[in-house]
Write a protein that binds this ligand. Structure first.
Ligand SMILES: [Ca+2]
Ligand SMILES: [Ca+2]
Ligand SMILES: [Ca+2]
Length: 619
């Protein structure tokens, strides 16, 4: 017995340390975040210490986890450190391992980190499904066999370079900001943990990160990203990254080898499943036990839930967000699954981002139809729990449901007005991100009563009500699609061999071009009429299928009149209180003019149509 044990001990003592990953791989001098907390992954790191020096860098306080697979250390970057690759050395009793780290030149702030405002029109793209700019990465050597355009849940070949090449299309449409679904590296093989009808899928959608510091090889690489961002900025288009702080993909290396024992809420073998009880998170009477499965449970019972109460995990996530913004020059962050992370963490996360990038904005996904619940997650005031998360804004899911109901499902327009009437619940309702569709819901055109006319009227409403309008790629050409993944079809003309290109007028069907031209016109109007972007809202008249409101800014107003009935609607609404003088007002959407006489605006709207009248105010 004695012999083998001695031999094993000798083997362990002699095991050489290895470093396989350094996170973050780079940083820049002069950052408000200092020191940088390094997370080094490898093997045999027990007892590691820093040896030698690297110019401009100081590494200290190395801590290694019990299994010797992860080391944490504080890295201080001298403000005068010159850009370039550095090699630091970790030494153990078993030997030495190099650790590579790059000092980057900080990006110029001019034209970057700008934040998304009510002046913007945002366009959401699922990068795999929009345009293929680089066929060489369609079926990459390291992840062969995941490409199949006939399958909804396989990669289709779209990439960052494809988006870059289509920027002129987006510019022409009137888009000023892009939100891209996650570009993190996702698993290089089939996802056999999440199956449909017994068949495995791929993580083409990007929400299953296995590396938070890399771009998926199907979409491009770390060079393609700033190429896209810089080209977009040069055209006046901002870029928003989709980040996921709640969970990792099922195949992230941490799932079987966490850096700390409490890195996740539970383990692969022993964890709670998420029960989606969102309302409990804003229930003033709820105990932590009631909320636990919603905050700490694993999505689909398979996505490892990050534990932001572990200070190391929290630092990792904050740094990761800062790193992407800093290396790519991003303007905003869309945060996935916002409510499933506790609000104290968001307060700290947001504060760290604002400290470095005061204009940067973050929008959170709080998917629920009740403004009373959604509004709790928009920062700017203390909520019932005493916490002001500071989180800039959230998506307006309540308005989305009402727009769909009124314009695609045969419902009433007054339900849209009723949602707006609850704006008092939000700290800043004007900054809500409004939308008709996105990647998680059935396409507008697949609803039971959807028509081109209804879609155009919905877009008119979207571009005229308060908020920051978001267009889901393809909705501007009335693209159809059922739920996930059929709602993520390839944009026609984005892929080699496509029979036609909807990126060009000649390649669009009359129905597609009809909607495209309408959205384009609305974007122009929004640019020309400042009240549509920045004006306060004044409700003028409401009925079951009629609605008139004004957006008022200084000496200007935009009067918006909407008729969702299948017959013409006569409207007569007092506007003298706004200071609108008598006379004719042209419909900037091309319809008949309205008459203001004796302080009353009169107009006849055709069936299912909207009008936007611009007016000067006398007071
Ligand atoms: Ca490609
Ligand atoms: Ca990958
Ligand atoms: Ca969680």
């Amino acid at each position: 017995m004695t012999g083998p044990i001695v031999a094993l001990a000798l083997t362990l003592a002699a095991a050489r340390p290895e470093v396989t990953k350094v996170e973050p791989p780079s940083w820049w001098p002069g950052s408000s975040l200092s020191p940088v907390r390094l997370l080094v992954r490898g093997r045999n790191l027990a007892g590691a210490r820093v040896e030698g020096e690297a110019p401009g860098l100081a590494l200290s306080g190395v801590e290694v986890n019990e299994s010797g697979t992860h080391a944490f250390a504080d890295l201080t970057i001298d403000p005068t450190a010159r850009p370039g690759m550095r090699t630091l050395r970790l030494a153990t009793a078993g030997g030495k391992a190099n650790l590579r780290f790059e000092v980057l030149p900080p990006l110029a702030r001019e034209g970057r980190f700008a934040g998304i405002t009510t002046d913007d029109v945002v366009y959401l793209i699922m990068p795999d499904r929009f345009a293929n700019g680089d066929p060489a990465n369609d079926d990459p050597p390291r992840s062969r066999g995941l490409l199949d355009r006939t399958k909804g849940r396989f990669y289709h070949g779209g990439d960052l370079e494809g988006i870059r090449r289509r920027l002129p299309y987006l510019k022409d449409l009137g888009i000023t900001a892009l939100w891209l679904n996650p570009w993190y590296d996702n698993v290089d093989h089939l996802n056999r943990r999440e199956t449909y009808e017994g068949a495995p899928i791929t993580d083409y959608h990007g929400y299953g990160a296995v590396d938070f510091y890399a771009v998926d090889e199907h979409l491009g690489d770390l060079a393609a990203l700033p190429n896209l961002v810089d080209a977009a900025h040069a055209m006046g288009i901002k870029v928003v990254q989709d980040q996921v702080a709640n969970h990792t993909g099922p195949y992230h290396p941490w799932a079987t080898d966490p850096p700390t024992p409490t890195w996740f809420n539970g383990t692969n073998e022993n964890h709670l499943a998420n029960v989606w009880q969102l309302w409990t998170l804003a229930d003033p009477y709820a105990t932590p036990e009631v909320q636990r499965a919603t905050l700490d449970g694993w999505f689909l019972d398979i996505l490892p839930d990050l534990n932001q109460n572990d200070p190391e995990t929290a630092r990792y996530i904050v740094q990761n967000a800062l790193w992407w913004v800093g290396v790519a020059g991003l303007d905003g962050i869309r945060q996935d699954t916002l409510p499933y992370v506790h609000r104290r963490f968001w307060r700290d996360w947001m504060a760290a981002l604002k400290k470095e990038y005061p204009q940067l904005t973050a929008v959170g996904e709080m998917s629920d139809g009740d403004p009373a619940l959604v509004s709790v997650f928009q920062g700017g005031r203390q909520a019932f729990d005493g916490i002001d998360s500071g989180f800039d804004t959230v998506f307006d899911f309540p308005l989305y449901y009402s727009l769909r109901s009124a314009f695609a499902q045969g419902g009433e327009l007054r339900d849209v007005a009723k949602v707006i009437a609850r704006d008092r619940l939000y700290p800043r309702p004007d900054e809500l991100w409004t939308f008709l569709g996105l990647h998680d819901v059935e396409r507008f055109m697949n609803a039971k009563a959807a028509t081109n006319t209804g879609l155009k009227l919905a877009f008119t409403t979207l571009f005229a009500v308060r908020g920051i309008p978001l267009v889901y790629y393809g909705d501007e050409i009335a693209m159809p699609g059922q739920g996930d993944p059929d709602n993520r079809r390839d944009f026609p003309g984005g892929f080699q061999g496509d029979a036609r290109s909807a990126f060009e007028a000649a390649g669009r069907t009359p129905q597609e071009d009809d909607v495209f031209q309408h959205v384009r016109r609305l974007a122009v109007l929004r640019r020309e009429l400042a009240p549509l972007r920045r004006g306060r809202t004044v409700t003028l008249a409401e009925s079951a299928q009629g609605w008139a409101f004004a957006r008022v800014l200084a000496g200007d107003a935009a009067i918006v009149a909407l008729n969702n009935a299948p017959e013409p609607l006569e409207i007569a609404t007092p506007v003298a209180g706004l200071g609108i003088a008598d006379g004719d007002l042209a419909d900037r959407l091309g319809g008949a003019a309205a008459q203001v006489k004796g302080g009353v605006l009169k107009a006849t709207l055709p069936a299912r149509a909207g009008a936007i009248y611009a007016a000067k105010l006398s007071k």
